[in-house]
Design a protein. Structure first.
Length: 177
C-alpha cells in the first residue's frame, strides 16, 4: 500500500512554487506530477483489493477483456493491442492467469503460430468478485463526485488522443465539453 504521507504541506504544490522561482510556470509540472502520484495511490488501492484473489490490476484487465469478448477468448496479440501493452507483458499475464486456473491457453486455429487465451469459469467467478470489490471502492476515486470523474476522464483522454492512442480522433474538446 502507498503510505499516506500526512505532511503538513502539499509537496507537489511546494515543488511548484520552487519550480516557478527557478524555471517559470509550473502548471504542467504540477499536473503531471499529480497524475503520477494518483497512479501510485490507485494502484496501491487496487492491489489491496486484488491481491487476495491472486491478481494484479494488469491481470484483472486481461480477465475483464476476455469477459467482454463474444466468445470468452482472444488471441494474445489482440489482448496486447486492446490493453496497449507489450506482447511480453501479455504472455507473462496469461502464464500467471493460466497457472491460477483463470484462463486456458490453446493454439489459434486461425493463426498457426498464434495463441488464444480463454477465460475459465473460475476466471469468470474471480472477475465478478474482484469487480464488486473495486466498484465498492469507487475504483479509488470516491473523493470525486461522478461529474468530476467524467471531467477528469475527458481531460486525460485529450492527452491520450494527442499522443496518438486512437488513430483518427481529434484531441480537441467536443462541442459539449
Amino acid at each position: 500500500m502507498v503510505r499516506a504521507l500526512g505532511l503538513p504541506f502539499d509537496p507537489i504544490e511546494r515543488a511548484g512554487e520552487t519550480w516557478e522561482q527557478h524555471f517559470g510556470p509550473a502548471s504542467a509540472m504540477r499536473a503531471a506530477t499529480s497524475v503520477f502520484r494518483v497512479q501510485q495511490i490507485l494502484l496501491a488501492r487496487f492491489d489491496e483489493v486484488l491481491r487476495p484473489h491472486g491478481l494484479t490490476f494488469a491481470r484483472y484487465e486481461v480477465l475483464v477483456l476476455l469477459t467482454f469478448s463474444r466468445t470468452g477468448q482472444l488471441p494474445l496479440k489482440v489482448i496486447g493491442s486492446r490493453l496497449m501493452v507489450h506482447p511480453t507483458s501479455v504472455t507473462n499475464a496469461i502464464d500467471r492467469l493460466a497457472a491460477a486456473g483463470y484462463v486456458d491457453r490453446r493454439p489459434n486455429p486461425a493463426d498457426g503460430r498464434g495463441v488464444l487465451a480463454g477465460i475459465t469459469e473460475r476466471g469468470r467467478a474471480v472477475v465478478e468478485a474482484a469487480t464488486g470489490e473495486l466498484t465498492a471502492l469507487g475504483f479509488g476515486l470516491d473523493d470525486l463526485p461522478e461529474a468530476e470523474q467524467e471531467t477528469l476522464f475527458e481531460l486525460l483522454r485529450r492527452v491520450r488522443l494527442g499522443a496518438g492512442d486512437v488513430a483518427g480522433l481529434d484531441p480537441a474538446p467536443s462541442a459539449e465539453g
